[in-house]
Design a protein around this ligand. Structure first.
Ligand code: HEC
Length: 198
């Protein structure tokens, strides 16, 4: 009897640890920071879970889209697993957005940047043009609304910068706060996250 009580207490404790561990992000792969608080560029982000690609071609934005041009967005896999299970972004969640220019076509590009290729007229991906990262960490970034901090490793071709300092709240966080569908993340543009939400 006593034995059974003790073993069922043990199971409860384990369940609680799993639940709180996950809520606290203890099972989430974390971003790495330098001693002076800069984020290090993630490793292998193109092997993360792909969630969607908004596209704002320069050709449709007076030659200069604020974020040129394709935005390929990926979420770190352990954060994705947590989101799929709970529908929430865990402490430690990392999401990147990699910018990719419209492809220069051998067939020539239209004024809007589009080109006619085998599959029809449209926009096709060319070269990489920058990498941004957001991290949710309400302890490290206690002053940022929602605990979300934002970084850029450059709006330029590779190689990207190796480290990046967090932007001031007004530069990035404020627009995400005002416009993103869910916890500062633009899930309205990410079909993969919408499909994964329980
Ligand atoms: C004017 C509004 C606005 C500002 C300012 C802004 N963003 Fe965003 N951000 C967006 C939108 C809209 C998306 C959705 C994807 C897309 O269209 O690129 C997005 C998506 C992202 C994502 C992918 C994850 C997510 O939250 O959806 C990252 C990373 C990101 N932005 C980084 C930054 C950084 C870094 C800055 C500051 C230099 C910044 N953003 C400033 C509007 C903004």
């Amino acid at each position: 009897m006593l034995r059974r009580t003790i073993s069922s207490m043990f199971v409860v404790a384990l369940t609680l640890a799993a639940t709180f561990g996950s809520a606290n992000g203890q099972d989430i792969n974390r971003a790495v920071f330098t001693a002076d608080g800069k984020a290090q560029i993630p490793v292998n982000w193109r092997q993360w879970i792909y969630v969607g690609t908004p596209v704002t071609p320069n050709g449709l934005n007076k030659g200069e889209a604020p974020f040129p041009e394709f935005h390929n967005v990926y979420i770190e896999p352990s954060a994705f697993a947590h989101y799929s299970k709970t529908g929430e972004f865990a402490e430690g969640t990392q999401i990147v957005k990699e910018l990719v220019l419209v492809r220069k076509s051998e067939n020539g590009n239209e004024e809007d940047g589009s080109s006619s290729e085998v599959s029809g007229r449209g926009f096709f991906q060319g070269e990489f043009q920058g990498l941004e990262l957001t991290v949710k960490d309400t302890k490290r970034f206690a002053k940022e609304p929602g605990g979300w901090a934002y970084f850029s490793f450059g709006h330029k071709p590779q190689p990207y910068e190796k480290t990046a300092a967090a932007f001031p709240t007004d530069s990035c966080n404020a627009c995400h706060d005002a416009n993103a569908a869910e916890d500062f993340v633009f899930t309205q543009f990410y079909p993969v996250l919408r499909a994964a939400k329980p």
